[in-house]
Structure formats: structure tokens, C-alpha cells
Design a protein around this ligand. Structure first.
Ligand code: PHE
Length: 477
């Protein structure tokens, strides 16, 4: 690929390639691990309703904003360069790009712990893979999972993994290396190709497992849990959490969409694509809920089990289900695929930035970024065993009890993503040249007005509130 004078000069080969890559970035652990966890902890329906409102009114307009900033940047392949370019063409200070800089840093930090959690998924892929092979070779491919283990031993798998630093680091290293190999192969040969294979496979598995859950589990119970709002459960903290989750799940505030947007050819209409990304991402979160909760309820498990829901509760459920070994394997492979297309986008943003900033080639740059993220993630992994007493942000009340991983998750999710989104919404709503973005958006005049009002008014106000209450929850008391 020939590098243009301005940036990497790489492009998606088609609109479909872009859509798959962007949906791949959005759909990930956020949908399948974080969304059901939060919905479970916050009482289901009311949380889901607020989440959907946040996606529709703030998330979707911001997805368009970020992709649009990337493409309007005129082929600068990185988020910071793109925003600086739009600012300059609008006759504004290039310093607005500092918010894109926050996005790049956030992506780097998220990548570090995302790879650790994805490493847990990978570990469960291995063990359920061996479990299924065992069932297969003993002539019963449709056996329940972990037939030779007691229920305590199955729940104990997670604790054993967390207590084993070598194993955690190994899984983290393997996952990071796979991500690196794909990003190092470029936009075409790597990111696009991975998305074209992994996303369709992901959707097939998702539909199969949801249908299975619908027929074998307590589907009605799950539906009423997810979709019957009980407004007494709707605390301000839950609202705050829902908005933050919308950002995380849509990959907002973290350079991914601006960077992917910069590779979009000029003839692709952005608004329908943005709508599709937000719709599919939300649909997948709902399907993930409809896949997980029927199983949880039929096994009599607690929907509010928290982060251990998929690593502890579900394996127990698979243990008492016919074909549980196969279903368990399919389930963890599904999450692995989703996590991989997201981690690719998390590595791509910082890599594109560092390539433009330091003028090094893609492979070397991606390697350096991945090594840096591996080291920070390594500290997160050690935070579960050798450094389990470490509380890096103990001086900050809301993070006082957070271990290393939760601290980085908290600072990125509660502070950096909203801050970057807030800044870019203000910039796009008030400072960017109106004609420039109107043309680029491809929206009708009425829709443009609606979108711009949401970005100029609603997004900064709502996101400003998350920042405020996220950082100073005592204000809500
Ligand atoms: N959206 C991804 C998920 O839901 C995570 C992610 C965040 C990816 C930020 C890219 C950028 O898992």
C-alpha cells in the first residue's frame, strides 16, 4: 500500500468491509460480558430502557460525529491528525485535537485490561474445548459440560485461574499477540479480513445460542426481566452507569471510530452506517441478554451475580444442560471472536496515531504499542494475585477499593471516554464549520438540524452530568 503524503492513505475496500469492521469494534465484551452484568445488577428492565434511550439520543449521534470527524480529516489516518485538520479547515485552533489525544490514550489503556479479560475468555475456550473433545471421544458429543467435575470444582475454575499469575499472563500474551498479528497486517490484509470472517461466524453462533436458550431455558422469565421496567430500581447511579455503558459499548471516546472513519471512502454515506452500527450493537446486547438469562434462570442462578456471571454461573448451568459441553464451547468461542474484533480497533487507534506522530512503519509501531499495553495489562493480571493488595487510586474515594484492573477500567470509563466525547461534541456542535460537516454527513436539512442539536446540546449536557456524578457521587446523595 502506497502511503499518501498526509497519512497512511489506507482505505476500506468496500462499504461492507467498513461496516463489518466498525460493528466488530463495537460488539465485544461490552455487549456480552458487561451489559448483562450491569443489567443484572441494576434490576433489569428499567436499566435496559435508560440504556436504549442513551444509545438512541446520545450514542448514535456521537457515532456519526466520530466517523465524520475521521473522514473529514481528509485522509489523515489518525484520530488526532483528523480532528486537528477539521479544526484548521474550520478556522479554529488545532488544540481541539487534544480531545482526540485523550481518546488515543484511553484506547491504549482499555486495550491493556481488555486483553486480560479476553485472556480469561481464551482460557475458558481451552478448557471447554478439551471438555468437548473428551465428550466427543467418549462417544457422547451431546453430553453436559464438565461431567467429571463437581459443581464446586467448576465454580472454583475461575479462582484457580486468578490465583495463577503465569497462566493469566500467558493467556493475556496470546490474546495480545493475535491482536497484534492482525493489526500489523494492515487495514486491508488484517483488520478487514479478520472482520469478514469473524463477524459472520459470530452472528451465526449468537443466533444459534439464543434460539437454544429460547427453547430450553426460561425464556419468558428472561424477557420479563429484561423488558419490564421497575422504575423504583432506577437510581441516579444506574442512569449514570447506563450512559457510561453506552459509550463503552459503542466504542465512543476511544479513537476507534475516528480512526476507522478516516479509512472510509468519500462515496459512502455515513449517517445510515452510523445508525446501523448503533442498532446492531444494541441488538447484540439484547440478544446476549436473551441468550444468557434464560440459562441463568433455568439453572436457578442469581442474575445479579456480577462480573462472575459468565465465568462462574454459566459454566455451572452448562454442567446441567444436555449438550452443555458443545454449547459451552460455542459460547466462549463467540465471546472470543467478539473480543478480538474489538481489541483490534483498540490497538489500531493508538497505532495509527503513533505511526503519524513518529513516522515509523505499521509493524514496528503496532509491536511497540502492543508491548506497552501488554506490560500495563500484565500489572492488571498480577493485581489478582501477587499484587492483590495494591489499590493504585486509594486517594480517590470512588476508586478507593479498586484493584489495578478496576482502577484503569474506572478511570477510562468514568473519566476519559466521557471527557473525550464531551469535547468532541462541543467541537462538532459549536466550532466545526457547519457547511463542511453538513456536506460530509449526507443528511437531509431536517435530519442535520436534529443531529446537530443533539450533538451541540444534549450530548455535552448529559455527558457533562455523567462526568460530574461519576466523579463526585456524593452530589447525588
Ligand atoms: N465496544 C467494545 C465492547 O463493547 C469495547 C471497545 C471500547 C472497543 C472502545 C473499542 C474502543 O467490547
Amino acid at each position: 500500500m502506497v502511503a499518501s503524503a498526509q497519512g497512511g492513505g489506507e482505505h476500506w475496500s468496500s462499504r461492507t468491509a467498513f461496516v463489518l469492521a466498525a460493528i466488530g469494534a463495537a460488539v465485544g465484551l461490552g455487549n456480552i460480558w458487561r451489559f448483562p452484568t450491569l443489567a443484572g445488577e441494576n434490576g433489569g428492565g428499567a436499566f435496559v430502557l435508560v440504556y436504549v434511550l442513551c444509545v438512541a439520543l446520545i450514542g448514535m449521534p456521537m457515532v456519526l460525529t466520530e466517523i465524520l470527524l475521521g473522514r473529514t480529516g481528509g485522509g489523515r489516518a489518525d484520530a488526532v491528525g483528523s480532528v486537528a485538520e477539521v479544526a484548521e479547515r474550520s478556522g479554529r485552533s488545532r488544540r481541539w485535537s487534544i480531545f482526540a489525544g485523550v481518546e488515543v490514550l484511553a484506547a491504549f489503556l482499555i486495550l491493556s485490561f481488555y486483553s486480560v479479560v479476553a485472556g480469561w475468555v481464551l482460557y475458558y475456550v481451552w478448557i471447554s474445548g478439551f471438555d468437548f473433545l473428551g465428550a466427543l471421544f467418549s462417544g457422547s458429543p451431546f453430553a453436559p459440560a464438565f461431567e467429571h467435575l463437581t459443581q464446586d470444582q467448576v465454580t472454583g475454575l475461575m479462582g484457580a485461574l486468578f490465583g495463577n499469575p503465569g497462566q493469566l499472563l500467558l493467556q493475556h500474551a496470546i490474546f495480545m499477540a493475535v491482536t497484534l498479528a492482525i493489526v500489523a497486517s494492515g487495514v486491508h490484509g488484517g483488520i478487514e479480513r479478520a472482520a469478514k470472517w469473524l463477524m459472520p461466524a459470530f452472528f451465526v453462533l449468537l443466533v444459534m445460542l439464543t434460539v437454544y436458550g429460547a427453547f430450553t431455558g426460561e425464556f419468558g422469565h428472561a424477557v420479563s426481566f429484561l423488558f419490564t421496567p421497575d422504575f423504583s430500581k432506577l437510581s441516579p447511579v444506574a442512569i449514570n452507569e447506563a450512559l457510561g455503558q453506552a459509550f463503552f459499548s459503542l466504542s465512543l471516546g476511544s479513537a476507534a471510530l475516528v480512526t476507522y472513519g478516516s479509512y472510509v471512502p468519500g462515496d459512502v454515506r455515513l449517517a445510515p452506517t452510523a445508525g446501523m452500527i448503533a442498532t446492531v450493537d444494541t441488538g447484540v446486547a439484547m440478544l446476549a441478554g436473551l441468550m444468557i438469562f434464560p440459562i441463568v434462570f433455568s439453572a436457578g442462578l442469581d442474575p445479579a451475580a456480577g462480573p462472575s456471571l459468565i465465568f462462574q454461573s454459566l459454566p455451572v448451568a452448562f454442567q446441567s444442560m444436555s449438550a452443555g459441553a458443545l454449547i459451552g464451547l460455542a459460547f466462549f468461542v463467540l465471546i472470543f471472536f467478539a473480543a478480538l474484533t474489538s481489541s483490534i480497533s483498540l490497538l489500531e487507534g493508538p497505532t495509527a496515531w503513533a505511526m503519524a506522530r513518529f513516522g515509523l512503519g505499521r509493524k514496528v509501531t503496532a509491536l511497540l504499542v502492543a508491548c506497552g499495553a501488554f506490560l500495563i495489562g500484565g500489572a492488571c493480571a498480577l493485581g489478582y494475585n501477587v499484587w492483590s493488595d495494591v489499590r493504585p487510586l486509594s486517594f480517590w474515594p470512588i476508586f478507593a477499593n479498586a484493584d489495578i484492573l478496576d482502577s484503569i477500567d474506572g478511570v477510562t470509563g468514568k473519566l476519559m471516554l466521557p471527557l473525550a466525547g464531551f469535547g468532541l461534541a462541543l467541537f462538532t456542535g459549536w466550532r466545526a464549520d457547519r457547511r463542511l460537516i453538513e456536506v460530509e454527513s449526507g443528511l437531509s436539512p431536517a435530519m442535520f438540524l436534529l443531529w446537530r442539536s443533539l450533538v451541540a446540546w444534549l450530548a455535552p449536557v448529559a455527558v457533562g452530568l455523567i462526568l460530574l456524578f461519576g466523579l463526585f457521587p456524593s452530589l447525588l446523595a
